[in-house]
Write a protein that binds this ligand. Structure first.
Ligand code: CU
Length: 67
């Protein structure tokens, strides 16, 4: 069964931010789809067996912090 987790990442501002976050989060186990909306600063992650700590670590790895 697919699940969805959403993070707010206020420091994302441009296409480069979006690409960095998408790349790191996509590499996390179980992630099937990553949607970054720069207007709302939301990162929506869909997948199976998602791990909140791993996803937050991936966002940090990209250089940002989940609010
Ligand atoms: Cu940027």
């Amino acid at each position: 069964m697919s699940e969805m987790l959403t993070y707010r990442v206020p420091d994302m501002s441009c296409g480069h931010c979006k690409a960095s976050v998408t790349k790191e989060v996509s590499a996390v186990d179980g992630v099937e789809e990553v949607d970054v909306d720069l207007d709302t600063k939301l990162v929506v992650v869909r997948g199976e067996g998602l791990d909140d700590a791993e996803l937050r670590a991936a966002i940090e790895e990209a250089g940002y912090e989940a609010a």
